[in-house]
Write a protein that binds this ligand. Sequence first.
Ligand SMILES: Nc1nc2c(ncn2[C@@H]2O[C@H](COP(=O)(O)OP(=O)(O)OP(=O)(O)O)[C@@H](O)[C@H]2O)c(=O)[nH]1
Ligand SMILES: [Mg+2]
Length: 692
Amino acid sequence: MNDESGAPEMRSVIAEAKNAHLLKSGFGKLAGFLEKSRELDAVLGELAEIGDETTRGSAERLRQQLSAFEPSITMIGQVKSGKTSLVNAMIGRPGLLPADVNPWTSVVTSLHLDPEAPRAANGATFRFFDDEEWSRLVEKGGRLGELASRAGADEELEKVHRQIEAMREKTRNRLGRRFEMLLGQEHEYSSFDEDLIERYVCLGDDFDAEEDDDPASAHQGRFADITKSADLHLRRAELPLKLCVRDTPGVNDTFMMREQITIRSIRESRICVVVLSAHQALSSVDMALIRLISSIKSREVVIFVNRIDELADPAKQIPEIRDAIRQTLKKHEGPADAQIIFGSAYWALNALSGSLGALTRESAEALLNWAESVLRNGELNGSPLETVWHISGLPALFSALSERISESVGQEMIDRVARSAGNLTKGVQAASEFVAAGDGNAPRILHLDKAALNAELDRIEARSLDRLAQEFDTMVAGYHNRLDRAHANFLERATASLIGHLEKHGEEKIWSYEPTGLRLLLRSAYQVFGTKLQRCTKTVFGDAASDVADLYRRAFEIEDEFKIAPPGTPRIPPPVSIDQTIALDIRGNWWRSWWQRRRGYQAYAEAFYKMIKAETDPMLVDLKSAHIEAVRNDLTAALKDFLSEQRSMLTSLGEPGEGGRASLEEIFGGRATKERLDAIRGTMDSLTCNAA
Ligand SMILES: Nc1nc2c(ncn2[C@@H]2O[C@H](COP(=O)(O)OP(=O)(O)OP(=O)(O)O)[C@@H](O)[C@H]2O)c(=O)[nH]1
Ligand SMILES: [Mg+2]
């Protein structure tokens, strides 16, 4: 990293929390998953031992997939609800990410925790916005600017522009000629500390003042306003598996462009923690948030009500807050059964750093109050430190996350690897039985040689990919149709409602219209599409697998019920873009000024129709193209991976010479091998929950 690029030199490693051992509790529900993962790893090791070179390679690749497994958890929530503080507690590093009243998180920060990483802190990567993203932000003012300009809200737009212009100037001055060069780049460090992180991930009001006093830091520059994402790697020996915890900017952030990034991050993560602030119960921003996740299944959302240390009487208030949240979720069709956990990042951090004595009086009282109530329910035992940790809610949070990991992403990963491993074993078994059936004198000849196998596999591949593409297109056409109908329907109703409003109230009263109806319609169109798609993918995958099995039967003269497990159908990701903020939600001044300038209801209605269409179009565009393309790619990739795995397996067994036909005998001939293979096969079958 040279000085020109602006990245400072290496930093010292940050200090460990005194009571990091506390982090061990709460992962009990992962036990089953971890056991399966270990078993699978062991049988794959065994398979590698008895197989030929290709088998060994495939088995090692599958073991690699097991050990690389890193479930990720995205923390989202209202500004200042304590997301960053909670992340610091979860990763056992109080103070690593700057959490304060002033610095606010402006960047999606992913913390990669690895129990086996060699050093305490090893590596950080910061990515900057690229040219295009930056221009969009500064020239159009991000989404907020776009909305304002569509709505004809010149004043608002002016304000946004001024704000952004000021920010751009500040950034330019600070970074000088490095500025243009930095866009689209990455900064990488082999270690990091708090100061370094703060300069990349936090915006704040008083930084400029500080910099004026300290030319050294001004020279180094602050990058937060052009940073898009940060990845930090940490060793965390207390955890039973790799984990990625993702901190995101608060949802009512000034620039809605950040919302897009949050949406993307939710799409990538299977599990979300919504962090709410206890004393604000459910404000309207939290509703926006709940909406943001309402496309996601209840089982993939955990609600963490933070800052209970600030409640005057937690024992009384907590049940009330819980009821209120439940009711609101139900009323707004949110994820009604999502688990709700109460806690305090503040208590957790103090427990971790061994500074319980430093708790404020109010906080200590709240702690006693809540502890007593929990105690009455018989949930507590252990040292005072463990007690505080327990009621901080962290173990409950870890436990909820463990449960979700093991039943969703974890089980899916095991399933995937066990299917592949099972197919690998079956292939080896088929080869070994073929050999065993010979008379032991001359090596047996396969009925299809390598070239013939390849040709057959080419045919299978072309046929199944083609069929998948065709089915997909048909389904997408129907889906687009449904989306467009829903959209048109919504626009008509919204326009009619507006005219009704004007006729009844004139132009004095602000009109508002909830786009919930549109969201519901779009979501249900997507659901229908998803269900159909899953069904037909299953058929295509299943047919491809039976074609491959047929090839085995012909090559190895297998008469009986030889089967190859098809790849699992990839998950169809939730349509989170449906839930993005749309201008109809914003009851700002520009609406009024916009419609007050219009004369004649009919002309107004037409213009309104257009405007509301323009506002809701981007949502449909994403649903129709970007999102759908991602789904298509996932499905195609799954089919291709499966076929290429089968190809390498099958053709190596059919290959003469080293590791091929002639050595089939040596490798697979023995009785002991057959028995071991049977045992391995049994284990694989028991590990897959829904193997074919
Ligand atoms: N009393 C109390 N204060 C908390 C707790 N969690 C966070 N805070 C304080 O709340 C303020 C904001 O905390 P952050 O962790 O930065 O909140 P955030 O949600 O990450 O904020 P943004 O990134 O700006 O959205 C800080 O002053 C924290 O010390 C808590 O559990 N109890
Ligand atoms: Mg934060």
